[in-house]
Design a protein around this ligand. Structure first.
Ligand code: GDP
Ligand code: MN
Length: 397
């Protein structure tokens, strides 16, 4: 699950991470009120208006703008709220902006020039550890830095049993070329950031830029936060931050029904019980020359209602040319699942225009096969894995 920048920043602040302060607004007048309040609370003269969408590169796409007075601020907010913002990370048509973050201007003049750094924390699966990635080359083009000058990106691996140690925080501040109060501030920043990463069960933090202000303070100006869905049950206050308008509607509906559904690009829909079997089934489809259109784990109780919903979800995808149902009857009996498939099929009437291949294996598989074969529906049954693959191949060629 991804957070919006403003939500990510609020969460970071609750762990003591210094941030660029801001207030979210859904209309231009709310934005003006927010700006006046911010000026009162922080003393800021200027404000930045930042589109809140789940995609980066907003600055380049015109979704981050500086306002030097309230009149400009209102005009800019009017322009950004409701716009389709196109960035290198959005779909080609862009993403609709429903709200903006009105933030204090933190690039104010002072004794030194402001500097932008890059910092992320993520799980490195190949070493089984979290790591901090950071660079002096922060700002808007970290992808180009990674490509052209990868030696300017540092990494610090974190031992899970020890956590981020003080010497590591100092090493990071040192490698970023900091000294004096900014050095000390950076060590505090990194430590608090890591605490927030662990505490929120995140799988990715990307703070770009981390800013050294002209008066040597270290703060998060941007925040990309991805949380591990499996940890949300112990972070209820974060779970409620999910923005459904940013998510795939079919996946949202599936989640609400307790189905595990992930949308993919292929032409063969699949309906499977158990995540492991679902993975194996996707391999099977590949082998048969197809491409899975989705991952779908219907779970243990593949009854008629769930099967029907699963059919409906899969059939929303116009690319689907065939559906493979692969169910192992361990706890559920195959004949019950078969009856569920037949009932669901009948309920759906004309909605199903593509061939369906059903492989049922396990308890009462034979009865199940008979039930399918005698149903008179356009459903092909199979018992062996290979047989199912062959029938899928036939169906899509
Ligand atoms: P992104 O483009 O989606 O990554 O959005 P960011 O939050 O990183 O903002 C993009 C750019 O806006 C930053 O790299 C800054 O250069 C600029 N920016 C952000 N906050 C301020 C601010 O307070 N004042 C000024 N002048 N520029 C800002
Ligand atoms: Mn950024």
């Amino acid at each position: 699950m991804n957070l919006h920048e403003y939500q990510g920043k609020e969460m970071l602040a609750s762990y003591g991470v210094a941030i660029q302060r801001g207030i979210v607004a859904r209309t231009a007048s709310q934005a003006v009120d927010a700006a006046m309040k911010l000026s009162k609370d922080t003393g800021t003269k200027w404000h930045v208006i930042k589109a809140q969408i789940h995609a980066g590169g907003r600055g380049k796409g015109g979704g981050v703008k500086l306002a030097k007075n309230l009149e400009d601020l209102r005009a800019i907010s009017e322009q950004i709220i409701g716009m389709m913002l196109i960035t290198p990370q959005t779909p080609p048509e862009g993403k609709k902006v429903n709200q903006v973050l009105v933030a204090e201007d933190v690039y104010y003049p002072g004794p030194s020039e402001p500097s932008e750094y890059y910092m992320s924390i993520l799980l490195n699966r190949s070493i089984g550890k979290n790591m901090v990635m950071y660079s002096t080359e922060g700002g808007m083009d970290i992808e180009a830095v990674a490509e052209q000058t990868p030696h300017l990106i540092f990494t610090e691996e974190i031992d899970p049993s020890l956590g981020l140690l003080p010497f590591q925080a100092r090493k990071i501040a040192f490698n970023l070329g900091l000294s004096g109060p900014a050095f000390k501030d950076m060590t505090k920043f990194v430590s608090a950031l890591y605490k927030a990463y662990l505490g929120s069960d995140a799988s990715l933090f990307e703070i770009n830029p981390v800013l050294k202000t002209s008066d040597d303070k270290i703060i998060a100006v941007d925040a990309k936060v991805t949380l591990d869905d499996n940890g949300l049950f112990r972070n209820k206050e974060l779970e409620v931050l999910r923005d459904l308008s940013e998510e795939n509607p079919v996946e949202v509906e599936a989640r609400e029904a307790g189905l595990n559904y992930v949308d993919l690009d292929g032409n063969v829909g699949c309906m499977v019980n158990g995540a492991g079997l679902a993975m194996a089934t996707m391999d099977l489809i590949k082998q048969a020359g197809g491409d899975p259109a989705n991952f779908l784990d219907v779970g243990g109780t593949a009854d008629a209602a769930r099967v029907e919903l699963a059919f409906r979800l899969i059939l929303r995808d116009p690319d689907v040319e065939a559906i493979l149902i692969n169910i192992f009857g361990g706890i559920v009996r195959c004949d019950r699942v078969a009856q569920g498939i037949v009932d669901a099929y009948k309920n759906l009437g004309d909605a199903i225009q593509v061939p369906i291949i059903v492989r049922l294996q396990g308890t009462n598989a034979d009865t199940a096969k008979q039930l399918i074969d005698n149903s008179g529906l356009n459903v092909l049954s199979a018992t062996a894995f290979q047989e199912a693959a062959d029938k899928v191949q036939e169906a899509i060629t």
